[in-house]
Write a protein that binds this ligand. Sequence first.
Ligand code: ZN
Length: 418
Amino acid sequence: MTPEKLFHELLGLGLNWEVSQSHFDRERGVVVLEIRETDRLWDSQRCPKDGSFVFCYDHTEELVWRHLNVFQHRCEITCKLPRGKCRQCGHIFRVRPPWEGLSTHFTKEFEAFALLLMREMPVSKVAETIEETDTRLWRILFRQVEAAYAEADFSSVICVGVDEMNIRKGQQYVSVFADLVKKRVLFATEGIDHTTWEKFVKALEEHNGHRHAITQASMDMSRAYQRGAAENCRNAQVVFDKFHLLSNASEAVDKVRRKELQVGEKGTGQWLRKTQWIWRKNPENLTEKQRARLATIKDKNLWTSKAYQMRLVLQDIYRSENGWTARRRLKVWCRWVRWVARFCKHGMFDSMIKLQETVVRHLKGILAHWKQGVTNAFMEGLNSVFSATKRRARGYRSSTHLIYMLYLIAGKLRLPQF
Ligand SMILES: [Zn+2]
């Protein structure tokens, strides 16, 4: 078997194409495979406009596609692509070779390989590893994701969750909509106002979904999202997800701690110093050292410690068997917070009062948690998806880069497999 025949087999070129020459360019360290069409190609080509027979019109300049390495050496396919001409309408077109990926510089296999790597590590790192430019890799990602996204089917979507991903700390945000049943990202767009819902519904319906098929919309307590859901999906029951409420509670506890460090009674500083991580955890997750520390400060009558207890109780309310019990317990909880706050000076409990108000105001949405069967675990998981996305897109903090990377990682799109 000649090397040309061998490469022909390996590339799976079939009868329409042949490897006319193969050689190793020692200077550049590149394996070059020259390919040309066979006469049989024209039997299978038809005019893209009217389907008529075509004949070979001419050839393009020599084009180059990067393919997977041959051993450790870079491999390039070169070909003067034939152009066909229609016998009927005279339309002239470039024949699309079977190895070509979605961007003109790479083969399908190479693109699939690059996508696989970009899923696993930062794009800049992939570029270094396979000696390509970042720009070209991003182009592969954009085209592949775009093509796969166009094919995505949202017809089964009934439970949606929405969350915000920050692009630059506290400055620029993207709203991310997810399918909570199939655990995939459906859509992401810049901004966090109510119009993001309009855009989402549009995308949903472009992919065979229906706005009124949505029965559950999970979200944080932002008014904008509530308004967007109400305006666009009339059958959607709004659910304030557990994850966001409890993380608000953790924030509130931390604010009490910071305030108490500032204006608390003399001596509190020594008890509270370097304890922020303790209050964020649940007792069962504390390390041995943290547990010992907590034991020493627990009885010091600290406001932080009271707030922490409240956070734990709130969390425990989520273990209630049904909505009725939860409602009763939430009301008792709110009264408790208000009662304790009355004895508190310097507004140290302001954040807890606010939290309590939030619970009162959003009681219905919070209680919907017990009505709806779907778990919100995926909403919580989105946060780690967001950080993975940002790590992969390191150095490229435009919303477009992040959104495409998010689709690649979490869209469950049908992308070429390597
Ligand atoms: Zn034609």
